[in-house]
Design a protein around this ligand. Structure first.
Ligand code: EPZ
Length: 419
């Protein structure tokens, strides 16, 4: 296994290009199940989660063209041998449940393992299942699998109790072939949802309202394959923005639409960080002292839960006291104990973490626990005194393409070494 070793203290200066968004690619790969010819997705980052999803699609019977250096992914699903997503695949990546909607929509049946919990919370899929049931699917849950059958799904009016990103995407993927109109109420507003809806419309679907809390999908009979370029990864961009802010850097983040990150932009400005839109990207200039601010994560367009661990690393060296509230997941403070080992002064009480800024963090051997927690440990290592070693960085590789290479190019003293 690899680990990342950082000597802290360097300012980050320069320009970094953001890769394609992992959380946009995954639903697009699921959408490739809806048509029998080649679907082409470009600007695809090289990430573990995408490799995992490829394995699942091949297991289902899809053909995947060999990788290309420029990140072009071609998928064709002429038929599926058995529409089943097994536990050993789903347990490694919850987003595997995204095959449920397209499989039952095109092949009239699906058998997908329930994802089970993960490091950051229980993360059930009850809303995915409830929506499919409302569309007339026959659903049985046994021995940890959900079996879904439907000759043809029927359009329905579905209210989702929680704004669920993959729930919205799964039901959209199910509804495109349904008989009649489906209305998803309280749907997720994320740009990744919009990217999926735009792509499905280019395939011949009739979807309106993506990006709002009410999405209307009229079922169609045929969908044709398309070529689609994936939107930039706003969470990777946000991670580099915080890295520049924390290290008193001056970094230009290319190809990242400023408006994807409004909540983060606002928060960073409150800390005294300079955040400006420039040539289709964002320039972030940091300085000390970093003003401590309170942060509350809420669904898009609010402050992203996927940026909570990163902003906490920044508040760990803030000038005062910061209250960070995590409202989306019930256990997304796994990074706290590792940050405390670096000297951070953080107290957790339920969904709130109280962070009292300290002058300096000190480097330490650390262990990553989940994708965004690992990013926060890397960020803390960039500013800590001395050496920081982060192990189990396979968590990091799920969602960041060569982060150490990109940070090194900005001036960080960082290496990936064999453990
Ligand atoms: C998506 O996960 C993202 N993953 C997550 O990114 C992200 O953290 C999350 O949305 C929130 O923004 C992908 O898009 C592949 P949810 P998802 O369903 O869809 C509850 C990363 O770091 N819920 O929006 O699984 C759930 O428990 C990952 O890239 C139900 O109760 O999240 C959670 O508390 C981590 N029942 C809340 O909704 C359901 O049926 C939001 O979850 C579904 C969800």
């Amino acid at each position: 296994m690899d680990k990342i070793v950082i000597e802290g203290g360097n300012r980050l200066v320069g320009e970094v290009a953001v890769s394609g968004a992992k959380n946009a690619v995954l639903p697009l790969m699921a959408a490739a199940l809806l048509t029998s010819d080649w679907t082409t997705i470009t600007n695809v980052p090289k990430l573990r989660d995408i490799d995992t999803f490829k394995k699942l699609l091949v297991h289902l019977g899809a053909e995947i063209a060999p990788d290309t250096p420029d990140g072009t992914l071609k998928i064709r699903t002429r038929d599926v041998a058995a529409p089943e997503a097994p536990y050993d695949m789903v347990k490694t990546m919850r987003a595997s449940v995204l095959v449920l909607g397209p499989l039952v929509s095109r092949f009239k049946r699906a058998r997908v393992s329930l994802p089970g919990g993960c490091a950051i919370g229980a993360r059930p899929i009850d809303l995915h299942i409830k929506g499919l049931r409302q569309m007339g699917a026959e659903i049985t849950i046994e021995s940890g699998y959900v079996e879904v059958r439907a000759e043809r799904l029927k359009g329905a009016k579905i209210y989702m109790d929680t704004a669920t990103v993959t729930g919205t995407e799964n039901l959209m993927l199910a509804a495109v072939h349904a008989d009649g109109t489906t209305i998803l109420e309280n749907s997720a507003l994320e740009p990744e949802v919009v990217c999926l809806a735009d792509t499905l419309n280019r395939m011949g679907a009739h979807i309106v309202g993506a990006g709002t809390d009410t999405i209307r999908i009229e079922g169609v009979t045929e969908l044709r394959p398309v070529e689609v370029r994936v939107i930039p990864d706003r969470i990777e961009a946000g991670t580099f923005m915080v890295a520049s802010a924390m290290t008193r850097g001056n970094v230009f983040i290319k190809d990242c639409p400023y408006h994807y990150l409004d909540a983060l932009n606002t928060k960073l400005k409150e800390t005294g960080t300079e955040v400006t839109e420039e040539d289709g990207g964002v320039r972030v200039i940091g300085d000390w002292p970093i003003r401590s601010v309170d942060v509350k994560t809420i669904p898009y367009p609010g402050f992203p839960t996927d940026m909570q661990a990163q902003i906490m690393a920044m508040m760990a060296i803030g000038s005062g006291l910061s209250v960070i509230t995590e409202t989306v997941f019930e256990n997304r403070f796994m990074h706290v104990s590792e940050l405390q080992r670096m000297g951070a002064n953080i107290t957790v009480d339920g969904r709130c973490a109280v962070v009292r800024g300290v002058k300096r963090l000190s480097g330490a051997p650390l262990m990553a626990t989940d994708l965004r927690a690992s990013a926060s440990l890397i960020l803390a290592g960039l500013v800590a005194e001395g050496k920081t070693e982060v192990s189990r960085i396979y968590h990091l590789d799920r969602g960041y393409e060569r982060i150490e290479t990109k940070l090194k190019a900005l001036g960080a003293n960082i290496e990936r070494v064999k453990e």
